[in-house]
Ligand binder design. Structure first.
Ligand code: RIB
Length: 305
């Protein structure tokens, strides 16, 4: 397997579970639970649970949350030697409202994540082999992401534009090997409406025209559309009872990176990543809901795959 490096954010998630998402002025009764999260961290944990032994570069604060976050990452099998702590800063936090059908809304206090700068990226990449698969997400400052792009060398760059903090330049697009927006992020990046599979293919082709080599738009329970120079693929999502969709996109990105690092064909990688994401939504939390390799393989075998 090729080496894997994830570069992204880490948060302590405070999840509120209730029957519905609240509307303005409404007070709801529900249950509050804390989980470890952050898109980059979730992606790295997903990869670790799938056997990827990934590096992870992130910035934690100097607080008790940082201790919990670090301990969890190590416990899940993520390599923690590229994780830094910013003196005086507080770790990132996310407030996530989850309804019983699994849908969510979230607010993020980026905290120390915003202090992860270009020098930190260069340091993190120093000893990462050039045949690595590298995953970057946009919770980090935009300049930091761009430094990672410019220093990808021969590594395969998967870019998860979540959340969209800036439009992509031509140079950015030319450096990205696979971009993985969800439907909302695809709309923000293209200005096109993405509310169906056909519209997702149109948006994917527009991103490809901007210079990105391959585009995978995730559509939640409607699956994934994928476009590169040679092929167009539609991968459906697997039917499951969703209880918490937090981290589903991260499960997809982590699994996609692992399967590419293993040399799987893109069609098989998309199916494996979709299966991983489907299993993730059947459990509460982000990192706690990432399935192991065995769980994904048994799930796929049950589906006759
Ligand atoms: O993608 C899910 C993640 O987004 C959560 O874990 C939360 O921390 C936010 O970054």
């Amino acid at each position: 397997m090729r080496p894997l490096i994830f570069i992204g954010t880490t948060n302590l998630d405070v999840n509120f579970y209730s029957n519905a998402l609240p509307s303005v002025g409404q007070s709801l009764i529900g249950k509050i639970e804390e989980f470890t999260g952050g898109k980059g961290a979730n992606q790295a944990v997903a990869a670790a649970k799938l056997g990827g032994n990934p590096y992870f570069a992130t910035m934690l604060g100097e607080d008790s949350a940082a201790d919990i976050l670090m301990e969890n990452l190590a416990g899940f099998g993520v390599q923690t030697n590229k994780i830094q702590r910013k003196p005086g800063a507080t770790s990132g936090k996310a407030l996530i409202l989850v309804a019983t059908n699994g849908t969510n809304m979230m607010g993020i206090d980026v905290g120390a994540n915003d202090k992860f700068n270009s020098d930190d990226v260069l340091l993190a990449l120093q000893d990462v082999p050039e045949n690595a698969v590298m995953v970057v997400e946009m919770g980090l400052p935009v300049e930091t992401c761009r430094t990672a792009f410019k220093n990808k060398k021969n590594r395969t760059l998967i870019f998860n534009p979540a959340p969209v903090r800036a439009q992509l330049s031509e140079e950015d697009c030319e450096l990205i090997d696979i971009i993985t927006p969800n439907e909302t992020e695809a709309e923000e990046l293209t200005g096109l409406k993405v509310s169906s599979i056909d519209e997702a293919f149109i948006a994917a082709k527009q991103l490809q025209k901007k210079g990105v080599a391959a585009v995978a738009i995730t559509l939640g329970s409607n699956g994934v559309v994928y476009v590169d120079q040679e092929q167009e693929i539609y991968q459906e999502a697997f039917k499951v009872d969703a209880i918490d969709t937090t981290g589903a996109g991260d499960a997809f990105n982590g699994a996609l990176a692992v399967s590419i690092a293993q040399g799987m064909k893109i069609k098989d990688s998309l199916r494996f990543a979709a299966a991983t994401a489907s299993l993730c939504v059947t459990r509460k939390g982000a990192q706690t809901s990432m399935p192991t390799k065995q769980e994904v393989e048994s799930f796929m075998a049950e589906k006759g795959l």
